[in-house]
Ligand binder design. Sequence first.
Ligand SMILES: Cc1ncc(COP(=O)(O)O)c(C=O)c1O
Length: 395
Amino acid sequence: MTKQEVFKAYEDYIVPSYKRLPYIFVKGKGSKMIDIDAKAYLDFFPGWGVSNLGHCHPKVMSAVRDQVSKLIHLPNNFHSLQQAQLAKEIIYLSFDGKVFFCNSGAEANEAAIKLSRKFGKGARFEIITFENSFHGRTMAALSATGQAKHQEGFAPLVPAFKILPFNDLSAVKSAVNDKTVAVMLELIQGEGGINIAEKDFVLGLRKLCDEKNLLLIIDEVQTGIGRTGKMFCYQNYGITPDVITLAKALGGGLPIGVMIAKRNISDLLTAGTHASTFGGSPLVCKAALAVLRSIQKEKLLKNVSGLSPYMQEKLNELKNKHKIIKEVRGLGMMWGVELNKEGYDIVNSCLDKGLIINCTHNTVLRLMPALDVNKKQIDKAVGILDNSLSEAEAL
Ligand SMILES: Cc1ncc(COP(=O)(O)O)c(C=O)c1O
């Protein structure tokens, strides 16, 4: 197919629910992407937070190659060697509990919401979430999401979500009542513009949840799997959540979702109460194991923490140079550059110059390079961004 034929097929045959850029990528290796015209790009937003190991990591490729020739799918009425190994590894890396396997972030959050309903025993069912949060596109996850723009046209939403201002502990304290069962949040709001939860807020939430017997659910779909310099972002805060949800980077590019629940609540989802046909296939579990082991073997958490101040320094240099930048904020390798105008033209201009980044919440440029990023790549990305910002200011 030619480029034009691909675009035409999208017009004719694919539901137009995404804003798609006119690029067709055909190959990826590490932080490099190649498009259909053989042009190379530096990818500082690999796979929308999926490809934390870069594209086509050799260990993920060999795990998939090995497993694909043995057994791809196994229904969940049998036991799977790969699920057992992956569950053990996830629990070893997080906290004492059990996992539920599904296929996406939204599904992992649905599992957490259903578990909360069971925990509340019909008497308590309200879940507190936060403004500018993003928890997915399925109906309950969408209803939990604190961004009206994603909910428009989909009423009636699932009831019993209370959406409060982020980082406002007193608002949460006032909102808790005898129907409240859980508090659910991202520690860094990714789609909401890289907004970081304050430590006191998170510690306060943990204390409040303990006092009121509420579940503290942390959505780690975007912040998990090494993104912030710890395997999971909650580990930066010195707390243990009751539930976390994972997806995106865990499968190394293959679809997986996971809910981890503390041992005292995990068995509330008894046989027959929740399920997923594809959840935790041998293939995806094998890939996820390769991801977790590679992060540890290649000391990628150390790389992220070590280079994070360098990234911050370079982005702050841009802020000092360009009036268009309002604020730089982030943690580990999850960075937002907030502009005083919309950022989509700058994303396009960077793409034109061979750099892939993202714009979220209209005005926030988002940079989330692979965890093995190096100084040379940071310099190159910041250099391209610098040029695009200068061009935007000259207009
Ligand atoms: C924090 C968070 N939660 C949930 C989701 C939904 O994940 P998925 O698209 O895999 O359903 C996303 C996706 O961007 C996310 O960033």
